[in-house]
Design a binder for this molecule. Structure first.
Ligand SMILES: [Fe+2]
Ligand SMILES: [Fe+2]
Length: 135
């Protein structure tokens, strides 16, 4: 399983969010490493809980920034955040309770959700915030 490499240079253009995205990706990588190394369900569940907690915090600060700046795509963006959180929670539940469950394919999806969201949706609010003095 290849590790996710993440460009820590400013892809969105809002420093605090780019920093948080870097931390999120580190957390996803840590999780994948744990699975590759054959860590137990217990430890993987714990890492997933940490990821959920951090994702919650990141989504909240991102939504607050967009709300303050009057970003027109706020509602759709919040809906996308809820959906991702629901998917991660679902994954966490399956890992916790699924006997004989293959964790690898389940966790591979995580990377795709995060990457797709950051590269497609988060990229949209960057210029809007920059134009309003947030960078
Ligand atoms: Fe984000
Ligand atoms: Fe987002």
């Amino acid at each position: 399983m290849t590790l996710l490499t993440w460009n820590h240079a400013c892809p969105i253009g809002v420093r605090a969010m780019d920093d948080q995205h870097g931390i999120l990706m580190d957390a996803v990588n840590e999780l994948r490493l744990a699975v590759v190394r054959g860590s137990g369900r217990e430890q993987v569940s714990q890492l997933l809980e940490q990821l959920i907690e951090f994702t919650n915090m990141h989504f909240a600060s991102e939504e607050q920034l967009m709300r303050r700046a009057g970003f027109p795509g706020l509602a759709a963006h919040c809906a996308a955040h809820s959906e991702i959180l629901e998917q991660i929670r679902h994954t966490a539940q399956r890992v916790q309770h699924g006997e004989g469950l293959k964790m690898r394919p389940l966790l591979l999806n995580l990377r795709d959700w995060y990457i797709a969201h950051i590269e497609e949706m988060d990229r949209e609010y960057g210029p809007w915030l920059n134009e309003r003095g947030v960078s």
